[in-house]
Design a protein around this ligand. Structure first.
Ligand SMILES: Cc1ncc(COP(=O)(O)O)c(C=O)c1O
Length: 423
């Protein structure tokens, strides 16, 4: 019998998803071929698929809605404050309508920015750190925003300025979660965030003395945690719920437990995203019995995979046994590895799913040895002049750009998918 010729479909790259694909060996964002975009605009350049932001927000909200518990979804503005993206988030639903996404702000500037871009004060939750008196003056003038205070001394100072106001407490529940230990913002290792459990009574006393009412409790376990971090998040959640119960029993009319953000976005085939239904089920199981609203304030989860960052390969050279691939951008444009040690996935724009036959260090154009994006990195072979895309570039990259070494920030293009209905 003649051998059957069977052509099984080629394995899809792990990162392919609606809005990011390479149907003819050419990488596309939101259905737009990236090579002509780079030719027209130059590199480095962020290219966004705004519909991905909507998908992410709607998926997140749907998981919470499925549990039946009351919830609020807010976007951590620090991840991406750019007007095109905010307009799309705001466009999901008008203030007060089901599905409307609120804002988590962390500075007076972010509160003003949210108000300017169409959010109402009562859709904004503020959780900052090391606030000056000047910061407090601006925040207290901003209207009925939720104000989570993260130090006993802040409670005292707000009490002096605005007796009678409603406040929230940001606590460190004594457990945290993160992409790695350094990204756990709570836990036994002291971090600069939150009131520790042994100071909560002091915070309540300070609030009472100053006529403040504690109506919300907040914690943020840390950032970038993935499926294997859900257990650590649950530990932090359980402890926060115990604190909320303590406060309720002490007569504080807590109506919201804010569980922060922190859900990470996979950057490698072997990384697994947090299963949203399991996350939502944890919230329902632990917060549900309190009969209060659960608030979530993800940043990266909503925007990280909505963009790629385009760069040009300007160097391919061996040095001491290591092949360095140099790009025309540096950590001033993408500090995700430099600062946070987040893994970066870097693919050629032409033939992005080519076999990864090289092991390289991908480095930037800033005069610092640490200005690298990936080390010991299995990558498809590239040559000088090639275009590459750094995936997952929508969160904390454009937002954190600097002009260090007088390297200019990257350009940005915000795209909708061709088939997007007008909202
Ligand atoms: C208080 C607070 N909430 C929310 C976030 C958003 O975190 P992520 O972007 O990891 O979801 C952060 C990030 O640092 C934060 O500090």
């Amino acid at each position: 019998m003649p051998a059957m010729l069977r052509t099984s479909p080629p394995a899809r790259p792990w990162w392919e998803r609606p809005g990011l694909d390479a149907p003819h060996g050419r990488l596309r964002v939101a259905g737009h071929d990236l090579a002509p975009i780079a030719a027209a605009i130059g590199t480095p350049c962020f290219v966004y698929d705004l519909d991905r932001v909507v998908e992410n927000a709607e998926r997140f909200a749907a998981a919470l809605r499925g549990t039946g518990i009351p919830f609020r979804l807010r976007f951590a503005l620090k991840a991406n404050p750019f007007p095109d993206l905010l307009a799309v988030l705001r466009g999901i639903a008008a203030p007060g309508r089901p599905g409307a996404v609120g804002i988590d702000a962390c500075s007076p500037g972010e509160v003003k920015h949210a108000l300017t871009h169409g959010w109402l004060p009562d859709e904004i939750s503020f959780t900052g750190t090391n606030l000056s008196g000047r910061d407090l003056d601006v925040l207290l003038a901003a209207g009925p925003i939720r104000l989570n205070l993260d130090a006993v001394s802040q409670v005292e100072r707000v009490g002096l300025r605005a007796p009678g106001r409603a406040i929230g407490l940001r606590v460190n529940p004594g457990a945290g979660a993160g992409y790695h230990e350094g990204l756990a913002y709570a836990g036994e290792r002291p971090t600069k965030f939150g009131i520790w459990p042994d100071r909560i009574d002091d915070a309540v006393t300070a609030a009472r003395r100053n006529g403040l009412t504690i109506t919300s409790l907040h914690f943020h376990a840390g950032s970038g945690w993935l499926a294997d971090g859900l257990g650590a998040f649950e530990t932090a959640l359980v402890r926060a719920v115990e604190i909320a119960r303590r406060l309720l029993n002490a007569g504080c009319p807590i109506d919201e437990l804010n569980v922060g953000g922190g859900l990470g976005v996979p950057a490698r085939a072997e990384e697994q995203a947090v299963p949203l239904d399991a996350y939502a089920a944890l919230l329902a199981r632990h917060v549900g019995p309190l009969g209060i609203t659960v608030a979530c304030e993800p940043g990266d989860y909503l925007v990280k995979d909505s963009a790629v960052l385009l760069g040009e390969v300007v160097t391919v050279e061996g040095r001491g046994g290591t092949t360095f691939v140099g790009l025309d951008l540096g950590w001033n444009v993408n500090c995700m590895y430099f600062i946070y040690r987040y893994a970066q996935e870097i693919v050629p724009v032409i033939a992005p799913d080519a076999a990864r036959t090289s092991t390289v260090t991908v480095a930037g154009n800033i005069n610092e040895a640490g200005d690298v994006f990936a080390q010991h990195y299995p990558m498809a072979p590239v040559a000088e002049g090639d275009l590459v895309a750094i995936l997952n570039a929508g969160g904390y990259e454009q937002a954190m750009q600097s002009t260090h070494c007088l390297r200019p920030p990257a350009a940005a293009v915000f795209l909708r998918r061709a088939e997007t209905p007008v909202r």
